[in-house]
Design a protein around this ligand. Structure first.
Ligand code: GUN
Ligand code: ZN
Length: 425
C-alpha cells in the first residue's frame, strides 16, 4: 500500500472539478483505495505512512481520444490541407513502420512523449503494418499502461507501401485481437482509416469483427475536411452523408470513436448520439490543417459523448494544456465559453467516458486505476505567479491550461508506479 499527501484534483458526482488543498491518496495493488481530505482519510487508516508531497497537486492522468503513433515525426509538416498532407508526408512516413525494429524503437519514443505530457491512456492509430501494432502493444504492456490501439485498415486509394490487402488486413486485425485485446490493460480498436481508403468489403469485415468481439473498439475519421467530404460524396453518391456511409456499413456503435466530426449536420449528430458513438475533438490539428472549427454548441445540444485529442501528427502538440487551450479558443470564435473545468473534464474523465472507460480511468476515485500525475503549479516563474494569484479553482485551472506545459507534469504514475518524470523528494 502506498499513500501520498498533496493537493488533489478530482471530479465530484456532478462531474465538477474539485481541488482538495490537503489530501491523502491511498493506492493498493494498482488501484485507488481512498482519496479525500487528509485528516479524514488518515483517520480511517491508522498506522498508514505516506509520502509528503505537499506543494504538488495529484491529478488524474490525461486521456487522449485520438492520436497516431506512426506520426510522431510528421508533426509540423505543412501542407495545403488534409489530403496533400496525407499524400506528401504521412503515407511516405508511415511506410517505414513495416520494419518491426523501427516500429519498436519509435513506440518507445512515442510513449515517452505521451507520458512526459501526462497522457496515460490514448486511443491510438498504428500504421497498416501489423508489426506497428505489435510494437505499440508490447511497449505499452511493458510499461503497464491502459492503451487502446489498432492497425489501420487501408486497402484502396493509398500508395503500395501502406496499402493492405482487403482480407489479409482483416485476418491480421483478428490475429491482433486474439493476441492483445484484454491482455493486461490493453484493448483493440478496429481501425478503418477513413472511408476513402477502405473498400466496402473491408469496412463490412471490420464491422463483422467488431460484432464478433463486442469488447473491441472501432475508430475512424469523419467529416474533417471539405475536399475529403467531396471525395466521399463521389464515392458514395447515394449516401445521405459521410457519417451515413459508416452507419450503413455497421460501424456506428457504442465503443466507436469518430475523429474530427467538424462538418456534420443535425441528423448526423442525432445519429451519433442515438448510436452511442463518440467524437474525438482535435482542435490543434483542425487549426493546423485548416480543417474547420468543431461546433461545441451543436455537440452539446445533440448530447453525444466527446473527448479531446491531440491527433498528432496533424496536431501540433501532445500537450493536453495546448489542446485544452485550442479548444477554448475555437469555442470562443463561435461565442461559446468552455469553462476550465469542462476543458479539463473533456481531457480526463469525459474522454474516458467517450471511450467507455469512465469507471476505470479519468478520475481519482476509489476503485479507479491509479493512473495519476504529480503536477507542479510553480514549474515556471510566470505559472507560479498566475497560480499563486488564483482566487478560485477556475482561475487556477485556467492558469494551468494557458501557461502550463510538460514542465508542469513532474511525474506520471500508472497503476501506482512511476512511468515518467521524477517523484518529489
Ligand atoms: N484521415 C485519414 N487519415 C488521417 C490522418 O492520418 N490524420 C488525419 N488528421 N486525418 C486523416
Ligand atoms: Zn487522426
Amino acid at each position: 500500500m502506498d499513500a501520498y499527501r498533496a493537493a488533489l484534483l478530482r471530479f465530484d458526482e456532478l462531474d465538477q472539478p474539485q481541488r482538495l488543498e490537503d489530501a491523502l491518496l491511498v493506492v493498493s495493488e494498482g488501484r485507488i483505495l481512498a482519496a479525500g481530505p487528509f485528516a479524514e482519510v488518515a483517520a480511517r487508516h491508522p498506522g498508514l505512512s505516506w509520502s509528503d508531497w505537499r506543494g504538488r497537486t495529484l491529478a488524474p492522468g490525461f486521456v487522449d481520444a485520438h492520436v497516431h503513433f506512426p506520426q510522431i515525426d510528421v508533426i509540423g509538416s505543412p501542407a495545403d490541407g488534409l489530403l496533400p498532407w496525407l499524400e506528401n508526408y504521412t503515407f511516405p512516413h508511415e511506410a517505414r513502420f513495416a520494419d518491426p525494429a523501427y516500429a519498436a524503437q519509435i513506440a518507445e519514443v512515442f510513449l515517452d512523449e505521451l507520458l512526459r505530457h501526462g497522457i496515460t491512456t490514448a486511443m491510438t492509430y498504428c500504421s497498416s503494418h501489423p508489426a506497428s501494432a505489435e510494437a505499440f502493444f508490447a511497449a505499452s504492456e511493458a510499461r503497464g499502461l491502459r492503451m487502446v490501439a489498432g492497425k489501420c485498415l487501408m486497402d484502396r486509394n493509398s500508395p503500395e507501401p501502406v496499402r493492405d490487402d482487403t482480407h489479409q488486413g482483416l485476418r491480421d486485425s483478428q490475429a491482433l485481437i486474439e493476441r492483445w485485446h484484454g491482455r493486461g490493460r490493453l484493448g483493440y480498436a478496429l481501425t478503418p482509416r477513413f472511408a476513402p481508403s477502405c473498400t466496402d468489403a473491408q469496412m463490412l469485415g471490420a464491422a463483422e469483427l467488431a460484432r464478433a468481439y463486442p469488447g473491441t473498439w472501432v475508430q475512424t475519421h469523419v467529416a474533417e475536411n471539405h475536399d475529403e467530404i467531396a471525395w466521399v460524396r463521389q464515392l458514395y453518391p447515394s449516401a445521405r452523408s459521410y457519417l451515413d456511409v459508416y452507419d450503413r456499413l455497421g460501424l456506428l456503435r457504442e465503443r466507436s470513436m469518430y475523429a474530427h466530426c467538424i462538418h456534420l449536420d443535425a441528423e448526423d449528430r442525432a445519429r451519433l448520439a442515438a448510436s452511442g458513438a463518440s467524437a474525438a475533438v482535435c482542435p490543434t490539428s483542425n487549426l493546423f490543417l485548416g480543417s474547420g472549427l468543431f461546433d461545441f454548441t451543436a455537440a452539446r445540444a445533440a448530447g453525444f459523448h466527446w473527448g479531446l485529442a491531440c491527433d498528432v501528427g496533424g496536431g501540433t502538440s501532445f500537450s493536453p494544456f495546448r489542446t485544452m487551450l485550442a479548444a477554448f479558443e475555437v469555442a470562443r470564435l463561435s461565442g461559446v465559453t468552455l469553462s476550465p473545468g469542462e476543458l479539463w473534464y473533456r481531457h480526463t474523465l469525459g474522454a474516458a467516458r467517450a471511450m467507455g472507460l469512465g469507471d476505470r480511468i479519468g478520475n481519482l476515485a476509489p476503485g479507479h486505476e491509479a493512473d495519476f500525475l504529480v503536477l507542479d503549479d510553480r514549474a515556471t516563474p510566470l505559472l507560479a505567479r498566475r497560480t499563486g494569484a488564483a482566487n478560485s479553482l477556475a482561475e487556477w485551472l485556467f492558469a494551468m491550461i494557458v501557461l502550463g506545459d510538460d514542465r508542469a507534469v513532474s511525474a506520471a504514475l500508472a497503476q501506482g508506479r512511476r512511468v515518467s518524470g521524477r517523484l518529489p523528494a
